[in-house]
Write a protein that binds this ligand. Sequence first.
Ligand SMILES: [Cu+2]
Length: 278
Amino acid sequence: MMTRRKSTVLLSALALGWGALAVVGCGGGEKGAGDNAAAAAPASGDNAASEAPAAAAAASGPTGTATVAGAVTYDGAVPNLKPVSMSADPTCASKHSGPVPSDVLALGANKELGNVFVYVKEGLPDGQWTPPSTAATIDQNGCLYHPHVVGVMVGQKLTFLNSDGLLHNVHALPQVNQEFNIAMPAERKEAEHQFDQAEGMFHVKCDVHPWMTAYVGVLKHPFFAVSGADGKFSIANLPAGTYTIEAWHEKLGTQEQQVTVADGGTAEVSFTFKRPAA
Ligand SMILES: [Cu+2]
């Protein structure tokens, strides 16, 4: 822990220099460095951006005032997913008053698709972003993970809560980072973990309750979001630029789109996931 703290401080110090470096050193790359816009902060929308305690605002790599936002929808017949059966653990079952819907496909009334991880895959200027001091959180509640899909930055704390007050374990199966398995007995309310390296979405499961599944992605930058129950997502505080945005769904695969966004602007990107052929 001590060494990690030290390295975080060191990174912060290095990162302070990156703003200037990004403008000077990366002049040949993306046009319109976001750092200028961040310093000038002229328009109305900037107040919110500069005060928001969001991940991007806490980061010290290149940021800006551009936003990529949109919605994710599902196209196709809605599969008849079986409710989660918790009969193997009556304590879990007793935490629900009725059938527990599957969390594999989070669909709204108009096929809005939640739990899609959306992030900037390519196009960011070089930089070193400091993770936010606030932890990302996954709660074990009702013998399900809340939220089901989570993004964290390299070095950011990911806290696992045990609101259930019963035995779980958190078994993460990354490929690049170290696998880990944390026992969460009834009296253990909290555990935390940090990841050393960026890595795409990987599985987190509970060996006690095989239906419990979450997905975690680790990024070196703060430009990611998870679509909400309304299918919407927003990635703010981006430097102006042209980006490849990827959207990932656990069953429906990935999609990419290119988008160009200017300082102070919002570029709309929408994704439609079709049900794969059976
Ligand atoms: Cu469990």
